[in-house]
Design a protein around this ligand. Structure first.
Ligand code: PMP
Ligand code: GLU
Length: 397
């Protein structure tokens, strides 16, 4: 059997693979507390489900236009204007099967063999692979100690082959929210060196501590021209399984991206599009309720984490992750087992404490582990108590 080099080189998504393993363990009746996956634990709000049921009852079950139904794209345009000060026409929107496909579309549309795409690290697990699938070269750029963009590093990394940079604010896994002045500086650089900013804003609604989400493309006409805005319904409306995201950008680029999608997956699911239209255009109360709940969990988890011996943790301003630095434990042993890195630490916490976390290595954060607070407060607190006990084992108690 011959597998293409392109696919052979890929390692599976760390987050997706780990989640499948945890699902299997839970299915076998194992006692595991999930803090691994980046998916809201709430149910999709009822009015959104009702829209999907209506679509089914009305027989809305056929192919739609590849870039999405007009009603949904109109809702997206209104939302982008009202929430993000972004002016897009319906012809500048392409609805996709999740934000994941929107990012993949964007990368394939702007980059080819030999081109370079910058990725500030730590970063979400899929960006690097997406660039590799496109045949382009991912250029990993370090961020500052507080995970803000490091412009010296970015400027150094830009070459004449740079076609884009993928940014994610609010950020998975760090929880940082990029301030407006950093985005302005990046916009100026994108204009000067003529590359695109793929701006992944999937966590925009989950924001805390008075932080403000600024959309890259809202900064100026130049910024708009150099930005592909990525968003979707997975996180804000707890709709991960519905698979609806979108990309917005200059018309000619979006048209080409939709052409590409027409060959790969065609339009996204018709029923899910109707549900997404209700999510984006309908009542928004559920978003704030979920955000407040996430905020409470974030604060409670942060307080517990910083009290754990030899653990440091930066608080998050957005998304639903905390990323404690556990590297002080590297080199320590429990029961003859040495913790050498974040992968060992995550495996140890799973085996010794029944707590599922993602190793930071998957995000280019080798000193850290990622804890998602998309679980009930009760489960999170139980999980942290177990984690505390397991860490005692490593301190020789
Ligand atoms: N971007 C980031 C940063 C993510 O964490 C995720 C994970 N869900 C996605 C994009 C993809 O989201 P979707 O479910 O819309 O494909
Ligand atoms: N984005 C989520 C995470 O980081 C979901 C899994 C994935 O698609 O990577 O855990």
């Amino acid at each position: 059997m011959k597998i293409s080099e392109r696919v052979r080189r890929l390692s599976p998504s760390v987050t997706v693979e780990l989640n499948a393993k945890i699902a299997q363990m839970l299915g076998e009746g194992k006692d595991v507390i999930k803090m691994n996956i980046g998916e809201p634990d709430f149910d999709t709000p009822d009015h959104i489900k009702a829209a999907a049921k209506r679509a089914l009852d009305e027989g809305f079950t056929k192919y739609t236009a590849v870039p999405g139904i007009l009603g949904l794209r109109e809702c997206i345009c209104k939302k982008l204007l009202a929430d993000n000060k972004l002016t897009y026409k319906v012809s500048e929107i392409c609805v996709t099967a999740g934000a994941k496909q929107a990012i993949m579309n964007a990368v394939l549309t702007i980059a080819e063999e030999g081109d370079e795409i910058l990725i500030p690290i730590p970063c979400w697990v899929s960006y690097e692979s997406m660039v590799e699938i496109a045949g382009a070269k991912p250029v990993l750029v370090p961020t500052k100690e507080d995970f803000r963009l490091d412009f010296d590093a970015i400027e150094q990394a830009v070459t004449e082959r740079t076609r884009g940079i993928i940014i994610n604010t609010p950020n998975n896994p760090t929880g940082i929210v990029y301030p407006k002045e950093d985005l302005e500086r990046l916009a100026a650089l994108a204009d000067q060196s003529d590359f695109f900013v793929i701006s992944d804003e999937i966590y925009e609604k989950l924001i805390y501590e008075g932080a403000r989400h600024v959309s890259m493309a809202s900064l100026s006409e130049n910024a708009w021209e150099h930005t592909i805005t990525i968003n979707g319904v997975s996180k804000a409306y707890s709709m991960t399984g519905w698979r609806i995201g979108y990309m917005a950008g200059p018309g000619p680029l979006i048209k080409k991206a939709a052409g590409l999608q027409g060959h790969m997956t065609s339009a996204s699911n018709a029923i899910a599009q109707k549900a997404a239209q209700e999510a984006i255009g309908g009542p928004q109360e559920s978003v704030e309720l979920m955000r407040r709940e996430f905020d409470k969990r974030r604060l409670a988890m942060y307080e517990r984490l910083i009290q754990m011996p030899d653990i440091t943790c930066q608080n998050a301003e957005g998304a639903f992750y905390l990323m404690p630095d556990v590297s002080a434990y590297y080199g320590r042993k429990a029961g003859g087992r040495e913790i050498k890195n974040s992968v060992d630490m995550a495996a140890y916490l799973l085996d010794a404490a029944g707590v599922a976390v993602v190793p930071g290595d998957g995000f280019y954060a080798p000193k850290n582990i990622r804890l998602s607070y998309s679980n009930s407060m009760e489960n999170l607190m139980r999980g942290l108590t177990r984690m505390e006990e397991a860490l005692k084992g490593l301190r020789g108690f």
